[in-house]
Design a protein around this ligand. Structure first.
Ligand code: ACM
Length: 550
């Protein structure tokens, strides 16, 4: 009996003293846990060596203050210092930027990043190891991590045209990207239902195009119109504030200015941008009373109040190109990103078919048809953007009629566009609707009005951005992956959170974790720790998605 008791006791001892589970998301490439904890408290010092690490030290302290209620003092290095969080640089020679090492042992937390990004990502991993409950002392498990990203482009998009999102929430959204080591925020700033960025030379874009007088109720075509005036826009100073905020989190902001389709808001502000300035804006579903009154009193063009694709698109006149160049000049002044997203998707060709000017232009330029005209449009804009030292990225329709010479393709209608572009030796970002459209429902039964579709967590997790149809040499053109959040049916920040959590966690392993280290089973095990953390961060997540993940 005593022998059996002793045996049981020793087994328990091994279990209780053994290495703890690593619950970091995205899963690091190499992580070895060992016995023991190091405890962070207000007497722990941060020692940062290397230029430019102050913002990351501030980030770390702000996080501790916000969620645990204390900050740490910054100190200077001494070789035998203990009870420290030490941040430093170390050449790690990984082909993709952002590699880091993180060691936690008796003397403290030792971070070595290949550069500022690497140090920042190590800090994110460290923060995910802190207890998920508020306390003055925070034990973190001893661990050795060597980590680096699989892909250079790790994006998440947000549509602020269909529903405007407040500036403070955009910052929170950027924090969510940072937490999972994403590095690109694709900001969808213009569309049929609202123009959201101040352009000083064209004030009506936001005065007129930034607002609509109502929105359809329920799913398209809707059960009437709510007749509630809604909208908003970001001033250039606010947009610059977002760029700075994102940069401190190692995130690039790519602005999207849609062309030649999805242009109703711009056309409502400046009707000369349409092929038919005197034609009334087409009504699908039901317009608000105010919009109908405007049309009755002679204002033809209206900011759209319903969803879908509209025939009234930019006319390819010199005046339109002049307008777009002016807009892009201001946009490129605000956003330092190497990419400008020029949209390019869902441009119906009916207006161009009916327009004598467009037909003459097709003849004059020796273009094959309206698809050729779309290609001409995009190539002209590309030339302009390239002349300013920037590159264009566009949705996969920019392949139709011939790809602009230096364009990067965002493949959304499945992977076919991305595969074709990679074969043509163009860079590609994969964002297929089948796996990465976070506006789709997460459960089989909808719990609120959504756009439709069904995208459960395991489908997101299973995605591999490098299609087998490409050779290894062609796969090199796949820069990475991005998920998109279209907001036709997402009116509030709370619902934005609900739609992205926890799918953003699965996305991050698609983008960061090497295939050999990706494991759905392992991911599911790490989810309960994530859920506790989302509670600490007070995020409105989809609880059912956690309960049903197996
Ligand atoms: C898209 O979803 N229209 C790019």
């Amino acid at each position: 009996m005593i022998k059996r008791f002793l045996l049981l006791f020793s087994v328990l001892k091994i279990v209780s003293g053994s290495a703890q589970e690593i619950t970091i998301i995205p899963m690091p490439q190499k992580a070895i846990a060992s016995k023991g904890n190091f405890t962070i408290s207000s007497s722990t010092t941060i020692v940062a060596e290397g230029q430019g690490l102050e913002t990351t030290v501030n980030f770390l302290n702000n996080y501790l203050q916000q969620f645990y209620g204390f900050t740490l003092k910054a100190g200077s290095n001494s070789s035998n210092a203990s009870n420290i969080i030490h941040l430093n640089f170390k050449k790690l020679n990984h082909p993709i930027t952002g590699a880091y090492e993180l060691k936690i042992g008796n003397s403290g937390v030792h971070i070595a990043g290949d550069n500022k990004e690497g140090v920042f990502y190590a800090v994110q991993s460290f923060l995910q190891m802190l207890p998920a409950t508020k306390n003055q002392t925070l034990p973190v498990p001893h661990v050795t991590i060597e980590d680096a990203p699989r892909f250079a482009y790790r994006g998440l998009h947000l549509d602020v045209s269909r529903h405007f999102m407040p500036l403070d929430f955009v910052k929170k959204y950027i924090d969510y990207l940072a937490y999972f080591k994403l590095n690109t925020f694709h900001w969808h700033l213009t569309d049929d239902q609202g123009w959201r960025i101040e352009i000083k030379k064209y004030p009506k874009l936001t005065e007129v195009g930034g607002w609509r007088d109502g929105t359809i109720i329920g799913n398209y075509p809707g059960k009437g119109n709510d007749n509630i005036r809604t909208g908003g826009f970001y001033t250039q100073d606010e947009a610059k504030e977002i760029v700075r905020y994102a940069a401190e989190r190692m995130i690039t902001v790519i602005p999207e200015i849609e062309m030649p389709g999805h242009a109703s808001a711009a056309i409502a502000a400046y009707p000369y941008l349409s092929c038919f300035p005197d034609a009334k804006t087409e009504i699908k579903g039901e317009f608000s009373k105010a919009a109908l009154e405007k049309q009755a009193s002679g204002q033809n063009k209206i900011v759209q109040e319903t969803w879908g694709v509209f025939e009234d698109v930019f006319t390819p006149t010199e005046q339109t190109f002049g307008f777009l160049e002016d807009v892009l000049d201001e946009v490129m002044d605000i956003f330092p990103s190497s990419y400008v997203h020029i949209g390019g998707d869902e441009c119906p060709k009916e207006s161009w078919k009916k327009s004598a000017f467009c037909q003459q232009l097709i003849k004059e330029k020796g273009l094959k048809d309206e698809h050729g005209l779309q290609s001409y449009f995009i190539q002209r804009v590309e030339k302009y953007v390239n002349s300013k030292g920037r590159k264009i990225i566009g949705w996969d329709e920019i392949l139709e009629g011939g790809l602009a010479p230096n364009a990067t393709v965002m493949s959304w209608r499945g992977e076919a566009g991305g595969i074709e572009a990679a074969k043509q030796q163009h860079d590609v970002v994969m964002t297929p609707g089948s796996h990465l459209y976070f506006d789709h429902g997460e459960g089989k039964k909808e719990d609120s009005v959504n756009i439709g579709g069904y995208l459960p967590l395991d489908t997101v997790y299973s995605y591999d951005p490098q299609p087998a149809a490409l050779t290894p040499a062609q796969q090199k053109y796949i820069l990475g992956a991005q998920a998109n959040l279209w907001t036709e049916y997402i009116k509030s920040p709370a619902k934005v959170e609900y739609m992205i959590f926890p799918r953003i966690a699965a996305l991050s392993e698609v983008q960061w974790t090497n295939k050999a280290n990706k494991s759905w089973k392992g991911f599911v095990k790490r989810l309960s720790s994530l859920e506790q953390r989302l509670q600490l961060l007070k995020i409105n997540y989809n609880r059912k998605a956690f309960l049903t993940a197996k």
